[in-house]
Each structure stands twice: as C-alpha cells, then as structure tokens.
Design a protein around this ligand. Structure first.
Ligand code: 5GP
Ligand code: ZN
Length: 111
C-alpha cells in the first residue's frame, strides 16, 4: 500500500518514535497524544480496518492482543489503560491501516 502512512512508517520511509517491533507488529508513539502515554500498535501487514480482520492470520491477531498488557507494563501503565480501535470514517478512523490505540497515565476522562 504505497499511499498508506502507516505502511510508510513500517518501511521506515516516514520516521516514527518506535517503542517495540517484532516480525508481526510495530508499536510507536502517537504524534498527537491524547493521554500521557499514547501508543499505536499496528500489524506490519496492511489491512484497512477491523472490518478486514479475517484477512490477517489468526496468529497475528492473537499476538496483537497478547502484546497489549506487556506493552502497557513496559510503558508504565500496566495497572490501568484504555484500548481503542476506530473503524471507518463514521467511527472516527483517520488512518486506514488497522491500529489499536493504547492509552494511559494520569487520569483518563470518563468514557
Ligand atoms: P484514528 O483516528 O485513525 O483511529 O487514529 C489515527 C492516529 O494516528 C491519530 O491519533 C493521529 O494522531 C495519529 N497519527 C497521524 N499521523 C501520524 C504520524 O505521522 N505519526 C504518528 N506517530 N502518528 C500519527
Ligand atoms: Zn498500510
């Protein structure tokens, strides 16, 4: 996906503040944080949104979920954090490469 911002970040063509990377996923700091800690976790393989999740291997989906508590602990928010996946324009999605927002620190507003 040559015109996808997050694919460019995976490829290293757009710089990012990386906090974790392995063969399946990349995790970096959100450029406009909405909490003290605001990370974005993405699969390296391009899929647009949660609606295309079935195109990802089960092992990648499971890995993404299983890394969340470890990443939260690494970022110092293991005792409480919020995960958000915006799907589609009407769901607030702006970047159309699946990502999980991992947020915490301070006091998160009510939801
Ligand atoms: P969405 O609204 O699609 O769920 O979230 C997209 C997120 O990507 C936003 O929180 C936005 O701040 C973040 N973002 C947009 N452009 C960039 C960028 O170039 N680098 C990083 N690190 N984050 C970005
Ligand atoms: Zn992409």
């Amino acid at each position: 996906m040559s015109d996808c911002l997050f694919c460019k970040i995976v490829a290293g063509d757009v710089p990012s503040d990386k906090v974790y990377e392995d063969e399946k996923i990349l995790v970096f700091r959100d450029i406009a944080p909405k909490a003290e800690v605001h990370l974005l976790l993405i699969p390296k393989e391009h899929i647009e949104s949660l609606n295309e999740l079935s195109a990802l291997e089960d092992s990648v989906v499971l890995h993404m979920m299983q890394q969340l508590p470890l990443l939260a602990a690494m970022a110092g928010i293991g005792d409480g954090y919020r995960t958000i996946i915006n799907t589609g324009q009407r769901g607030g999605q702006v970047v159309f490469h699946l990502h999980i927002h991992l947020m915490g620190g301070g006091k998160l507003p009510g939801f």
